[in-house]
Design a protein around this ligand. Structure first.
Ligand code: SF4
Length: 465
């Protein structure tokens, strides 16, 4: 009997490619590996991944799409091609879950929430010609994440990915995590994670967790078990992830993280002032105290792990001087690389609902305007300065902090602080990638990261492992 064909398509915005333009900073879209693993054996599953190939029409029995807000317009364009040919389309993921009524205009079915609990219903309803408009995924225990099917991913990915936890109790104003994954921090069985790390062909990977160490003693113990397991199994791979700043207060965990291959950690710093943190409801950092940031960054760096600090510009508390001060702070702070994004009201967040209520969202010709929701463009009316003024200031900030001089200075600082070549090159590559993202906005010179990083690594002795 002929197998049915599920065609998964990973859409990439044609407007802003952001982090997806470099092999160093893109990683396999895990959701498709999970959906593929959940699909029964009477189906063939194939992935067209626009990270590596432009979409070209292919026959299928069923099409599955997901997308971030900035790539959802592209997803809808592709969905329209299949809808016209009467091939059923299912859309899921963060954007569709936050805007299900919009997404169902472009798809036969919308998966709202996490897919693990309801994908089997999507498939059996398709087989019985009784697909529903909406499927609602429950937030199950993470034992239900199946072993991710890595076979569908393009072999050219340099950095692989996996996940150990979901959820966050904090609900910061701008963030989608709590709305999508819930306020309960759920942890995946350690053995499942380790099996996956062993299985992935790449020697570098990204734990896509929003905070790999979590918010409790139990969550830190879970992280410690994952790190210790990597060491015990003799896995020689490098990894990076995201964590809260209080990682700096966990010296034993930092050591385990380093020994298990961690070389870069993304920290959501957001702002260096109390007013800035208040306007984002970032309680966790406020509790640590902005005056303690630098010391905390250094504790992480001295463990051999470089710090990627993420900062938001265009907060409601930001006047021109605040923006200049934030840029100055980042330049001198003990962060090795930096994301300097513009506040973006992602659908489903409190920021979105608040700005919408205040009539301040300006990029609202949906779905086309979702393309601007990539943190490189201004989508709303800032509180204290004009949108044009903010953009012109951002241009200056990006040019200054992503200049060759600034990036090189940071790189040398990272080498001194971490004494680790891999940590330093990852931080360098990250700064180059963020520079390229910023330059995308102005259509100007970009770094050829792969060719620039290669000589650095050779010059500095290459890999340690
Ligand atoms: S920004 Fe971090 S701490 Fe805040 S809600 Fe999102 S994941 Fe949680």
């Amino acid at each position: 009997m002929r197998k049915l064909k599920l065609l998964l398509i990973n859409p990439v915005s044609q407007f802003r490619k952001g982090f997806l333009r470099s092999d160093i900073t893109r990683y396999p879209p895990l959701a498709y590996g999970i959906v593929s693993a959940l699909t029964p054996d009477n189906w063939d599953v194939e992935l067209i991944d626009e990270n590596y190939e432009d979409f070209e029409y292919q026959e299928a029995d069923l099409v599955g799409l997901t997308g971030y807000t900035s790539s959802i317009y592209r997803a809808y364009q592709i969905a329209a091609i299949y809808k016209e040919k009467n091939i059923p389309v299912v859309i899921g993921g963060i954007h569709a879950s936050m805007m299900p009524n919009e997404a169902c205009n472009y798809a036969d079915s919308v998966v709202v929430g996490e897919a693990e609990s309801c994908w089997k219903d999507v498939i059996s309803d398709f087989e019985n010609s009784s697909m529903k408009k909406f499927y609602y995924g429950e937030r199950l225990s993470l034992d239900n994440i199946p072993p991710i099917d890595y076979s569908i991913f393009n072999p050219n990915y340099m950095v692989s990915s996996t996940i150990t936890t979901r959820g966050c109790p904090f609900d910061c104003e701008f963030c989608t995590v709590t709305a999508f994954n819930g306020n309960k921090y759920r942890m995946r069985p350690v053995g499942n994670v380790l099996d996956e790390i062993e299985k992935m062909p790449q020697d570098k990977f990204f734990f896509v967790d929003d905070n790999i160490i979590g918010y409790s003693r139990a969550s830190k113990e879970h992280a410690a078990k994952v790190f210790q397991g990597i060491i015990d199994r003799g896995i020689k791979k490098y990894w990076w992830s995201q964590a809260s700043l209080n990682f700096a207060n966990e010296p034993e965990l930092l050591k385990l993280a380093y020994d298990s291959g961690c070389r870069l950690i993304f920290i959501g710093v957001e702002a260096e002032t109390v007013e800035g943190l208040d306007s984002t409801n970032k309680k966790l950092n406020a509790k640590i105290g902005t005056d303690k940031y630098n010391e905390a960054f250094n504790r992480i760096r001295h463990a051999g792990i470089s710090v990627l600090g993420s900062f938001i510009f265009g907060l409601d508390s930001d006047g021109l001087q605040d923006i200049r001060n934030r840029a100055r702070y980042i330049k001198s702070a003990n962060v090795d690389c930096y994301q300097m994004g513009i506040l973006t009201p992602m659908p489903g967040t409190k920021t979105f609902f608040r700005l919408e209520k205040e009539g301040r969202i300006k990029k609202n010709n949906y779905p086309e305007d979702w393309q601007y929701y990539s943190v490189e463009d201004i989508t709303f009316e800032p509180a204290k300065i004009g949108a044009d003024e903010l953009m012109s200031e951002m241009r200056d900030v990006w040019y200054d902090l992503f200049s060759r001089k600034s990036i090189t200075r940071k790189f040398l600082g990272t080498l001194r602080a971490t004494k680790d070549v891999e940590a330093s090159t990852w931080a360098l590559a990250t700064n180059m990638s963020y520079r390229n993202m910023a330059m995308d906005v102005f259509g100007e010179e970009k770094f050829d990261i792969e060719s620039l990083i290669g000589p650095y690594k050779n010059m500095l002795g290459g890999d340690k492992k």
